[in-house]
Write a protein that binds this ligand. Sequence first.
Ligand SMILES: Nc1ncnc2c1ncn2[C@@H]1O[C@H](COP(=O)(O)OP(=O)(O)OP(=O)(O)O)[C@@H](O)[C@H]1O
Length: 732
Amino acid sequence: MTEIEASNMLVAIRVRPLSQKETSVNDKDIIRVEDHLLIVLDMNDFEDRKNILHRSREQRYVFDRIFKDAANEEVFQSTVQDLIHPALSGINACVFAYGPTGSGKTYTMIGTNDDPGIAVLTIREMFKQIESDTDKIYEIKISYVEIYNEAIRDLLIPNSGYLDLRDDPIRGVVIAGVSEFSVESTDQVMSLITAGNKRRTTEATNANQTSSRSHAVFQAMISQRDRVTDTVLDVFQGKLSLIDLAGSERGTVTENRGLRLLEGSKINRSLLALANCINALGDKTKKGVFVPYRDSKLTRMLKDSLGGNCKTIMISNISPAASQFEEIVNTLKYASRAKNIKYKVQANKKLVALHITEYKNIISDLRSEIESLRSQLHTNPTIQSNPTDFGECKYHSNKIEEDIEMKKLQAEIFENFQERIQLRRALLELEEQNSLNVLEIKRRQAEVLIWKRQEELKDLPKYEEGRPLSAVPPHVRKQFKDIQMLKASTDKNNQRKEFMLVQLQENMARGTQIRSSIGTRVLIQDKRDFLELLIKSHILEQTNVELEVQLLIQEKTITDLQNLVLSQKRLLEEQGIDDGSSLWNKVDNLTPPVEESLEDVEMSEEELKLDGYDFTTPADEEEEIPIEEDEDFERSELLLATSKVSADIDNTDKEMGMMLQGRALIKKQQETESKVKAETVQPKVDLGPSPGLGLIINGKIIDDGLNNKKLSVPKAVKPAKKKGADVYRKKK
Ligand SMILES: Nc1ncnc2c1ncn2[C@@H]1O[C@H](COP(=O)(O)OP(=O)(O)OP(=O)(O)O)[C@@H](O)[C@H]1O
């Protein structure tokens, strides 16, 4: 598995001017900028300077780029301009504007006539570069959608229905059925964007007169090839995404009620999912932890941009007003975390061997469902007979009621099926992450083994013989620390897997219940059409999964895996370590030194820098990232949960068959789990819960991931410290 040089996400901060409203109430500007340093002053420092007991809440942050009183052109030139050429050369690029409501995200992305925003400037620059490149032919298609209340709508066509996301084996996550317009000039793009913006859902809230209630995603698909005929052509395909996120809502700030409150909680949900992904990707202590991209439509769409082969820029917007202190600090903390996100070209690589069985399960599951539907369709004599027979319909005498019931059923079936596919795929991804963790652990263990071998040749006591960890070189200590983190992440992933398995069981039981209720809920002819539709959608999904399997096999990642094992083995053999017996047994038996806990032996900043760690995080980074804990937020969650429960079908009467199927599934998963466990060395240190990664299942926030306790490692009982030469006992 070849990895290109990793680079970090570029994070820029944009501070908007004080608004008229803020100035009119004498709100103060509390943001100071000195090059890469951003200082958030404490308002109390203005008013209460004489009170020496007052503890200042002043905060300092370091960022790649900070803009204050800057025009959009300046922001563009120092950030996004550098993405245009790579995007035209086949590299994926993404820019997203993040920040609380009213902080200037839409201003940054769209701008005004006098100060055109990033989207306009990007398109202009793109066509400028295309026109000056006479050697190549470019084709550009654009799409523009919004995610509103977790539903995707096309902004380029009027009255768009809801669109769905699909996992395309070649293009990654795609929006099925989205309109893509071929464009040849800036003007064409601009008129499409303007029309799209008019269709975007905006409302006045207390915090912003034209608050964007949705996340807007503009994408340009670029293909480039040489202007040479009659030769085999290489076509490069890049994707440039520009995303204007909806603002994070705090009920207390916006004083939203009713629909706005419900809407806000959905916006928060996808932003919480985004924050969870940023936390998982950007936290150095969370190596190998499963990234919950599937928790929201937004994060599913952003999967490539956050953790894949994509150059991404995050522009975090803030107001400078003292009244916005909490929002400013929250935004800056998330932005700081995002700075740690790194990219690797092959981050989305899949491990074929470990997936084939899982995919086969999905296919056989779909097949049996199709069979059951077919037999319902063909064996039920009442369906085959008179299509206008209304005899089976017990409850609906009137056609309108019938239509409503039919639509409700359709929605239930679709939702149930989508949810199942999402859970299944998430389980696959989780398995993949754990398998990668096993590999990463072994890779590091092999490194330690090599170091041990080299040490054996020296006249020093072995670390097992009392040599403290502090005497171990930094690069080896880093391997031990990484191993510890990876094992902790694998445990955390397994806990999450258990949650998901329970959800899957419930989903399947609900599916059976919905299907068995069809006969009593709709008309005969409708039932027939309905079942046919169901069969078609299932066949489509099955074909999709089968295609994925074939592609995975073609990817030959199995070979990659074998190559890795072989090269690792060769490496060890070269060092005279592997005697040809079992390499993996040998590395699995490797235990970290017990004389001192790994946490006790802190590496110096210099040592860590040498090992590739980043120290650009603010001093208070260790603090927990606060979440919206206000009453309104909780109330809106409750509201959502209640509406969900009332829409749910009572599934207490589970069929025996489903129970057996569920048990078989759990048994299978347990077998897989014990297999994974057998391959993984149990951690010697209890790491406790890993912080910062929340859990959203079926759209419900199970664990916000931000209230968890911090990662704590119980300190090992330290032996009395030896000094100087005592530490290095002579080998006998
Ligand atoms: N850099 C800026 N210069 C001048 N005015 C600005 C700037 N940034 C934002 N504004 C003004 O502040 C107000 C709020 O900005 P905007 O609508 O872009 O916020 P937002 O973050 O997109 O809000 P929401 O999340 O509610 O949609 C607007 O009136 C906008 O014109």
